[in-house]
Ligand binder design. Sequence first.
Ligand code: 5GP
Length: 180
Amino acid sequence: MIVITGPSGVGKGTLIRTLLDRLPGLRLSVSATTRAPRPGEQDGREYHFLTSSEFDRRLARGDFLEHATYAGNRYGTLRSEVEGEGIVVLEIEVEGARQVRAAQPDAMQVFIAPPSLEALRERLIGRGADSSDTIEARLTAAEAELAAKHEFGHVIVNDRLEQAVEELATLVGTMDTPQP
Ligand code: 5GP
């Protein structure tokens, strides 16, 4: 298992998509969330979009490996997504990454950092996906998240995408994979 964490807007999604194109043996865990779908997002592809009560029901049933509230919405990794063969990649925020670290200390943990907080603000605005209130909430969360980067085994600064993907692919190449 590879856990990719870091603040919202740092480019985790783009990095991971590029990594998966390059290393097709990896598979991405599709998280559950209570946030509303953004235009173009499809249920079961970007996320499993759940109502708050459905999220609670699945939480009570023990379906989640980890879960957290982030900028007013809930997110969680379903155990069913991480079971099975092969290397699975989780793209999650810091609180959830801590929970995975406690539950699965052997998982590779990678923190993606922005070159600066200002660069992060520009990316969140440029992405055009969130209102200015939401962006402020995400930047507040980001400051706390950035302070936690040293908790994680590896830190990659996402300044240039190609270089960051290269570093990530190299890290994945160092992982112990089960022998047939
Ligand atoms: P967004 O709403 O922009 O898709 O995601 C907001 C934040 O939630 C991002 O930092 C994203 O990585 C994180 N996130 C997505 N899925 C999960 C999950 O399953 N668990 C946790 N803890 N965070 C998640």
